[in-house]
Design a protein. Structure first.
Length: 314
């Protein structure tokens, strides 16, 4: 690790930057707020949907009260129609880390987006694998003309693992990934491995919250009920009226797309709410799978959340 980085970090009183992760509705926000207070730090969000402005309830952004308790960063970065990816997140994250360390403040990362967490932990550098924008645009036009089936088939031929990781309905990601693979040789795994050669830019230590599966699912269902009272349907209607492309990332967000059939008059509200609960539970399962395959994660049993001391690891 760069001695200059360690010197900056040690001025905060600690030798590593914590990342608190885990599935949706697991209690990451409350734990990160408590940790930030104890560590005299500020929170950096690590969530691929909280970066969008206007989408607050459905992305479970920190409330105004929570932001008054501890400053939160890396939220509300772009409009819902603006492109944003892992590389964009790293640029913002590294800039914010430097700003906080310059004030002798410890960054406390919190979020459930596995790609963002892993990119920080591994120190991904995407500059060596640029996407050919002309190729990506050509694929987009092909999709508009002929549909996604042919494009998706070519993607699976180049990288069979993508069949398990990328759903054909996620057309934006299908097109981007195929453009990347047709620009550089190798699979997505090869590209990820090539991007980790420099190692992490900062020393991070990971914590993940572990709940019994059925209890977590109950928490998710309860959260959806609370979101309904807090106005998630109004946000979904606002997003729906923006008339964004269907493959826009914000339009694919869990918490909004489930209500579009209701807003079109094609489904009942009750059916859409049940679908949101199911999609959220499925997403939590995928998050847990992702984090369990990551290296060096300190798992926090849910029954120890109240007394768990993160500072003892730093």
């Amino acid at each position: 690790m760069d001695p200059i980085v360690m010197q900056k970090l040690e001025k905060t009183g600690y030798k590593a930057i914590p990342i608190i992760c885990g599935p949706t509705a697991s209690g990451k926000t409350s734990l990160s707020i408590r940790a930030a207070k104890e560590l005299r730090g500020e929170i950096c969000c690590c969530d691929s949907m909280q970066i969008y402005r206007h989408l607050d309830v459905g992305t479970a952004k920190p409330t105004e009260e929570e932001k008054r308790e501890v400053p939160h960063h890396l939220i509300d970065l772009v409009e819902p129609d603006q492109p944003f990816n892992v590389a964009s997140y790293l640029d913002h994250a590294y800039e914010k880390i430097e700003e906080l360390l310059s004030r002798n403040v410890l960054p406390v990362f919190c979020g459930g987006t596995g790609q963002y967490v892993q990119a920080l932990q591994k120190g991904f550098d995407f500059s060596g694998a640029p996407v050919d924008r002309e190729k990506e645009e050509a694929l987009r036009l092909e999709f508009e003309r002929d549909g996604i089936d042919g494009i998706y088939s070519r993607l699976i031929v180049l990288d069979p693992d993508c069949k398990e990781k990328i759903h054909p309905n996620n057309t934006k990601r299908v097109i981007h990934t195929l453009a990347l693979l047709e620009t550089v040789s190798g699979t997505t795994k090869d590209i990820r491995e090539a991007s980790t050669q420099n190692g992490p830019r900062y020393p991070f230590i990971l914590f993940a919250i572990d709940w019994p599966r059925e209890v977590l699912y109950q928490r998710i269902d309860l959260r959806v009920d609370i979101m309904m009272k807090d106005g998630i349907l109004d946000e979904a209607e606002w997003l729906f009226k923006q008339d964004l492309p269907s493959d826009c990332t914000a339009m694919q967000a869990i918490g909004y797309k489930e209500f579009f059939p209701y807003l079109k008059g094609e489904s009942s509200l009750e059916t859409c709410v049940d679908l949101l609960k199911q999609h959220s539970r499925n997403y939590a399962k995928r998050q847990l799978t992702w984090f369990r395959h990551m290296d060096d994660v300190n798992w926090i049993p849910s029954d120890q959340l109240g007394e768990y001391k993160i500072d003892s690891f730093l």
